[in-house]
Ligand binder design. Structure first.
Ligand SMILES: [Zn+2]
Length: 247
């Protein structure tokens, strides 16, 4: 395990004071790799907070080039990057923000072909993809490989965050055995709502890794920013779940 350097102590001084975190928690993050599936409205703020917190490595998987209509929420991107690959733009922003974090940018979304390999490289996975197909693939691979998955999602003014600890908690497929029938690819979004869901997800991941506080496995954290009402909704494992039922 890599020890903390003097530079680490200088950068992270304010969070080293957090009770229950300290040098031990920082060392865990310094030696951890996070995989983030997509770096858009959700994944971008996730990556930025992971970099701020001092994760050792962040792997970003996101295909395609930046569009003008991404810029209301994709905070790692710059106007000048329109037409260029999103993952590379995100990497450049993160490396400028915290050069002590290694960032690997992959110009691909999560697919059947790459999911197992990418998940195998991570200690924790943050799912921030808009498509259920990708979320289900991440869920299946994380359950299979025993890697914690924080699945964050938002729609309109609402957010939903699920912390999945394989073998212990309900997985995404327990909750959604199939793609919800009324689900749409194009969704209404204000960037602050996706960023809010993202930050809740990041804290769930940090808590799980560093043993800080209580992670919300077997619960969905739901918020409605129209009223700023927050709820935690109990989830149950489905013994018939095709993904985790036998785990
Ligand atoms: Zn399940």
């Amino acid at each position: 395990m890599n020890e903390l350097t003097d530079l680490d102590r200088a950068i992270y001084e304010w969070q080293l004071d957090v009770p229950g975190f300290g040098e031990k928690g920082q060392r865990i993050l310094r030696n951890s790799t996070a995989l983030v599936s997509r770096c858009g409205g959700l994944g971008g703020p996730i990556c930025q907070s992971l970099a701020a917190a001092g994760f050792g490595k962040i792997i970003i998987a996101h295909a395609g080039n930046l569009r003008l209509d991404d810029l209301n929420r994709q905070i790692l991107m710059r106007h000048d990057d329109v037409g260029k690959p999103r993952a590379a733009s995100a990497k450049a922003t993160l490396e400028a923000f915290n050069p002590n974090v290694e960032v690997e940018a992959i110009d691909e979304n999560i697919t059947e072909a790459n999911a197992a390999d990418l998940v195998s490289k991570a200690d924790v996975v943050f799912g921030a993809a808009p498509l259920f197909e990708e979320r289900f693939l991440m869920n299946r691979e994380c359950v299979r490989q025993g890697k914690p998955l924080i699945d964050s999602a938002m729609y309109n003014l609402e957010g939903r965050i699920i912390t999945i600890v394989p073998g212990e908690s309900a997985c995404l497929a327990c909750l959604y055995p199939e793609i919800p029938p009324n689900w749409k690819r194009r969704f209404p979004v204000i960037g602050a709502v996706s960023a809010l869901a993202a930050q809740i997800g990041v804290m769930e991941g940090i808590k799980l890794l560093a043993g800080l506080g209580t992670a919300n496995a077997n619960k969905m954290i739901y918020f409605d920013s129209a009223s700023m009402r927050f709820q935690t909704i109990a989830l149950k494992r489905n013994p018939e779940c095709e993904v985790c039922g036998g785990a």
